[in-house]
Design a protein around this ligand. Sequence first.
Ligand SMILES: Cc1cc2nc3c(=O)[nH]c(=O)nc-3n(C[C@H](O)[C@H](O)[C@H](O)COP(=O)(O)OP(=O)(O)OC[C@H]3O[C@@H](n4cnc5c(N)ncnc54)[C@H](O)[C@@H]3O)c2cc1C
Length: 339
Amino acid sequence: MWVFVEHERGHVHPVSWELIGKGRELADKLQVQLAGVVLGGTGRPVRMLCDEAIFHGADLCYLMQDEVLLDYRNQPYTKGLADLVDRFQPEALLLGATTQGRDLAGSVATTLLTGLTADCTGLDIDTSDRTLLSVRPTFGGSLMCTIVNVSTRPQMATVRPRVMPMPARDDGRRGHVIEHPLGLAEDEVVTKVIDFIPDAKAEKPQLAFADFVVAGGRGLAKPEHFNLLFDLARELGAEVGASRAAVHANRVEADRQVGQSGKTVRPKLYIAAGISGAVQHRVGMEGADVIVAINNDEKAPIMEFSNYALIGNAAELVPALTEAFRSRIAAARPHRGAE
Ligand SMILES: Cc1cc2nc3c(=O)[nH]c(=O)nc-3n(C[C@H](O)[C@H](O)[C@H](O)COP(=O)(O)OP(=O)(O)OC[C@H]3O[C@@H](n4cnc5c(N)ncnc54)[C@H](O)[C@@H]3O)c2cc1C
C-alpha cells in the first residue's frame, strides 16, 4: 500500500498525512506494509519527509531525489513515480485529489495502463479478493458509488483533502528508506520553471485548513448580507465559505465555494447561513465537528445533519451572533493589569 507524499519544496500538503492514516488502516486489513513515496530535489528537507511519513504511520519510504524534481512538473514526476511502481510493484497507490495529485495520478495511471478512481470520499478493502473499494459521488452527487478495479494493478485513487482524519504523529516510530534514481536529465524535460510563488503569499482563502468556517447561501439575499458574514468571520478568526448558489450570484469569489465542485472543509465549527444543505454542498462540509444551521425553514435538509439550528432570518441572526461572540470573547479576555 503506497501513499504519494505531496510537497512543495519540503512543505507537505496535509492530505498526504491524512492518506498515510487511512493507508495504515487499509494496509493492516491487507496485512501488507505501508510505504510513503517522496520525490523531490536533493537536500535534507526532502529526505526528512521520509521520517515524517514513518512518524505518521508508514513502515518504510521510497525516496527519489534529483534537482530535476525540485519543483513539480508532470513529465519528470510521472517518470519517477511510474518507474518506482514498475520496479517495486505496489498493490495500491493513493494520492491527494489536489491540483498536483490530480495531474500526476492521471498521467501515471495512463503510463501504467491501470485504473484510477478520482476524487474519492471513502476507501476500504474487500479482504475476500484484496480489492480497493473506492467510494465517490456520482450522477451529479445524488448517489454514492463504489468503484472496484478488478483487472489491473496498481489500484489507484485520489482522495480529497480533509475527508480523512489526520493521524497522530509518533516520532518514536522507525522504518527504512529505499532510494531510487530518476534517470532523466534537465534538458530532456520540456517545461521549465520560471518562478516559484508559495501559496501563502498568493493571499488566496485558505478554506480547506480553517478551524472555523462561516458560510453563506442564497438565503443571504442581498450583497450587503455577505458583509455581515465577513464581520462574524473576523470576530471568530474564521474563513468565509459559500454555497454554489451564492458564488453564482457573485456574492464571493469561486475560491470560497464549499462542496462537490468546490472545497472540502473539515473545521471544528461550520456555520451555514441561508444554505439549504443540498447533497452537493453537504459532501464538502459534513466532516465538520460542529455544524450550526441558520435558516428560516425548520424543514430545510441541512437540519438533518446539523448539531444546532437557529431558525429565523439570517440577516438578523448573523449580526446577533457576531455581537454575542464579541461580548463573550471580550469577557473571556484577562483584564489589563489583573494578576
Ligand atoms: C454537479 C453539481 C455540482 C454542484 N456543486 C456544488 C457545490 O460544490 N457546492 C454547493 O453549495 N452546491 C453545489 N451544487 C448546487 C446544489 O445542488 C444547490 O443548488 C446549492 O447548494 C444551493 O445553494 P443554497 O443552499 O445557497 O441555495 P438554496 O438551495 O436556494 O437554499 C437557500 C436556503 O436559504 C434559506 N433561506 C431563505 N431566506 C432565508 C433567510 N432570510 N434567512 C435564513 N434562511 C433563509 C432557505 O430556506 C433555503 O434553505 C452543485 C450542483 C450540481 C448539479
